[in-house]
Design a protein. Structure first.
Ligand code: GLP
Length: 253
């Protein structure tokens, strides 16, 4: 695992944009795994900037988002699909038919999970998976006690996650209780993983991801076993990591 210690949110987003842009320059037909939430917004803004200023080309890129709320359509402003259209899909030259998000309106969510996994496989697998992290160390919507072998499936959200995500909804009661999410196995199958973390409320989760026991109790801890995982944490999110590591700009172990 590699850790990059960023000063703040801006610095974290810049570092992440360099890695994603570098991936696309090297492989213009890349398959990206994408995340939602507040954390990657700065990354998406910078990718749009690189697209506009130096022509970073998304025309050959395929994207797969990690997750979607059950019961929200892509036209619903609170859905993750809508979020992606607003923050990235509509702002770069991605082909709309190359942008995939699990369908939270599917009647049979198990079938939708299988369909989504098959699409990822047909696209050749994910080259670079972008992740945020929940306060309880969830990745995607893989909440604590998830089975590490899970592929895309229906999940019940933790109360803590519902509270944390309520800020995007008019009322906490409006937050869907279920989601459809890529599983840990989908994430582990990605060739590269890039996890972003910002702010003091993520410090425990980052510690669990990088230094804790590898356990389903902290889903992100599985990334310690990934062949090419990078965490970019800003100073507040990295605060619990060993000081000797934080003296460097980046640290491998
Ligand atoms: C949600 C998403 C995760 C995201 C997490 C953290 O639960 N399913 O993919 O990483 O929230 O969100 P934020 O970046 O807003 O803190």
């Amino acid at each position: 695992m590699r850790l990059i210690f960023a000063k703040d949110y801006e610095d974290m987003s810049c570092e992440a944009a360099k890695i994603v842009s570098g991936q696309l320059y090297l492989k213009p037909q890349s398959v990206l795994g994408l995340a939602t939430g507040s954390t990657p917004i700065g990354l998406y803004d910078r990718l749009v900037q690189v697209h506009q200023t130096v022509g970073l080309d998304f025309s050959g890129v395929t994207t797969f988002n990690l997750d979607e709320y059950v019961g929200l359509s892509s036209e619903n402003p609170e859905s993750y699909h809508y979020f992606m259209k607003e923050h990235l899909f509509s702002r770069v030259n991605l082909r709309p038919d190359h942008c995939f998000v699990p369908n939270g309106m599917a009647e049979d969510l198990e079938e939708e999970g299988r369909r989504y996994d098959a699409l990822i496989e047909q696209a050749g697998g994910i080259d670079l998976q972008v992740l945020g992290i929940g306060r309880n160390a969830h990745i995607g919507f893989n909440e604590p006690d998830i089975k590490f072998e899970a592929m895309t499936h229906k999940v019940r959200l933790d109360d803590e996650t519902i509270r944390a995500n309520a800020r995007f909804f008019a009322r906490e009661e409006d937050v869907p209780r279920y989601a459809i999410s890529m599983g840990i196995r989908n994430i582990m199958l990605a060739r590269r993983v890039l996890l972003l973390a910002s702010g003091p409320e993520k410090a425990e989760a980052v510690y669990a991801a990088a230094c804790g026991n590898v356990s389903p109790k902290a889903p992100a801890s599985i990334l310690q076993l990934h062949r090419d995982a990078t965490i970019i944490a800003d100073a507040a999110a990295a605060a619990r990591l060993p000081e000797a590591w934080r003296e460097h700009r980046s640290y491998h172990f």
